[in-house]
Structure formats: C-alpha cells, structure tokens
Design a protein around this ligand. Structure first.
Ligand code: UP5
Ligand code: MG
Length: 195
C-alpha cells in the first residue's frame, strides 16, 4: 500500500570491514538508498557554522560515539528527503544509547529487515584504514592513534549491539576478510532471500 513503512537494513562491522564498499554494490544491484551515519556526520561537521561541527570532529578523531539525538535526526532527515522505501543504514546503531534513541524515535516507523554484519579481523581492517589514510583519504581518523580507539569502541560498545540483534535472529553474518567480489557473492544471496 502507499502507507507501507520503509524497509531498513542496518550494516555493521569493524572500522574498515567494507561497509561503504559493499553498500555501493547493494545499491547498484538491489536499489536500496545508502545512508552512512559516518558520512552524514562528516557532512554535518563540514557545514559552515554548524552548531555541532566541533563536537562531531572530536568524537570522530577519538573514535567515540556522537550523541544519538544528532545522528538519529540526520538519519531521519535523510530518509524523509528520499522518495525511496528501502534504506541501508551503514554504521549505526553503534552503542546502547544509539539503540535506545532509535527505539524511541524511529523503530516503529520502519520495517527492520535484517542486520548485515561484515565480520573482519582487527589486523585486516586496521590495515585497510591505514592504507586508505596513506593514499590520502583525508579522514582525520585514519591514523594509528584513532584506529586503536575506534577498535576499542567497536569491541566494547558495538559488538554488544550485534549480539542484541543476534538474539532476535535478524543478523546475517558475512566473512568480510575476502576480496570485495567474494564478499558480495554472499551478500547477494542474503538480499535475494530478503526480496
Ligand atoms: N576495502 C573494502 N573492502 C575490502 C576488501 N574486501 N578487501 C580489501 N580492501 C577492502 O573500506 C575501507 C577501506 O578498505 C577502503 O579503502 C576500501 O577500498 C577497502 P570501507 O568500505 O570504507 O569500509 P567501512 O567499513 O565503511 O570503513 P569505515 O572506515 O567507514 O568504518 P567506520 O565504522 O570506522 O567509519 P564510520 O564512517 O562509520 O564512522 C566514523 C566515526 O563516526 C565513528 O568512529 C564515530 O566517531 C562516528 N559515528 C558516530 O558517532 N555514530 C554513528 O552512528 C556513526 C559514526
Ligand atoms: Mg564507511
């Protein structure tokens, strides 16, 4: 019907697991709209005169998590600005506060189809981010100090969220240590089964 709730797939995994890379593939093949919480925060940070610019940048550099009210409102606005009814939400929710903030303001408005979990070891994903930094990504968190903190946050705050969704049997886990094409083969099977 015209009033169907938008479909949402959360895409989670360590820094450098390949969330952005695989979301692009999913957009091309399955027509979802990709909303990266990190990209939305960086865009907000870069707006001249943004009220939250410095706060966002300090969290990104420290690998800590921006208050959920900011992130959630950016996601909601991006969804409202899009005519699509299916979204990949990349890199969110990352901690308990994200989860409860989403539950309060958004969960009832969407149909959560699945949580795609890109599982990649720390050494592999750290190296990907460091290589990206060395190639001039311009990301203020692609350095060894920030990466240690990003991983600490991932292990302590984000893994429990993935475990929370595992208990609800909505997690689809993929071995993300392989080549992008190999990873996407598994993702295709998952999304074909969701249609
Ligand atoms: N690459 C990708 N896949 C590969 C593969 N299979 N084999 C070899 N190389 C591969 O990939 C990273 C790099 O690896 C690229 O160079 C790619 O070519 C290569 P990418 O697809 O960008 O991985 P991704 O998982 O998206 O890595 P990203 O660095 O974006 O992950 P993060 O989760 O760290 O970053 P994000 O932008 O989501 O968040 C950044 C910060 O924003 C957070 O630390 C936090 O401070 C803040 N934030 C919040 O506070 N709240 C949020 O809700 C979200 C973010
Ligand atoms: Mg990303």
């Amino acid at each position: 019907s015209a009033c169907q709730k938008p479909k949402v797939v959360f895409v989670l995994g360590s820094p450098g697991a390949g969330k952005g890379t695989q979301c692009k593939n999913i957009v091309d093949e399955f027509g979802y709209v990709h909303l990266s919480a990190g990209d939305l925060l960086r865009e907000e940070r870069n707006k001249p005169g943004s009220q939250y610019g410095e706060l966002i940048e300090s969290h990104i550099r420290n690998g800590s998590i921006v208050p959920v009210a900011i992130t959630c409102s950016l996601i909601e606005k991006a969804m409202n600005d899009s005519p699509s009814n299916k979204f990949l939400i990349d890199g969110f929710p990352r901690n308990k506060e994200n989860l409860s903030g989403w539950a309060e303001s958004m969960a009832d408005k969407v149909d959560l189809q699945a949580v795609l979990f890109l599982d990649c070891p720390e050494e592999v994903s750290t190296k990907r981010c460091l290589d990206r930094g060395a190639q001039g990504s311009g990301r203020s968190d692609d350095n060894p100090e920030s990466l240690k903190k990003r991983f600490h946050t991932y292990m302590n705050d984000t893994m429990p969220i993935i475990e929370h969704y595992e208990k609800q049997s909505v997690v689809r886990k993929v071995d993300a240590e392989r080549s992008p094409a190999q990873v996407f083969e598994d993702i295709k099977d998952i999304f074909n089964a969701l249609q």
